[in-house]
Design a protein around this ligand. Sequence first.
Ligand code: ZN
Length: 140
Amino acid sequence: MVKVESGREFIEKVEYGKDLLRALENLVRKNEVSAGVLMAIGAVQKASFKYYDQERREYVKIVINEPLELLSCIGNISSFKGEPLIHCHATFANKNGEVYGGHLDYETIVFSCEVYMKEFKDVKLERKYDQITGLNLLDI
Ligand code: ZN
């Protein structure tokens, strides 16, 4: 366990047509946030996310190429091999209210999106490969 203290907080609007995960990465880099949490809501033109197959130890990519609500997108900011890493999960809904979701991936294209990000002050959260799960987990 790591005890953290709140640092700066940010509100950002992601523009129409932007790649959501890249926009979040840009927000993190621009403000030099090395650890924190973020959340976003809005709508997307296309959703791209991954499902982790626990048996095969690999991600399976899922793409839904239609307008969807971005019901929630929640994640954390850490570091892996010296680079900032955003671990984000998202849920999307179609016009019938049916929900899809998974580990947010590149090529989720924004229609409109509002982001809240909070930095953790004076802490670095590193990730390390975990043999049991095959994932790069928080090294805490
Ligand atoms: Zn994940």
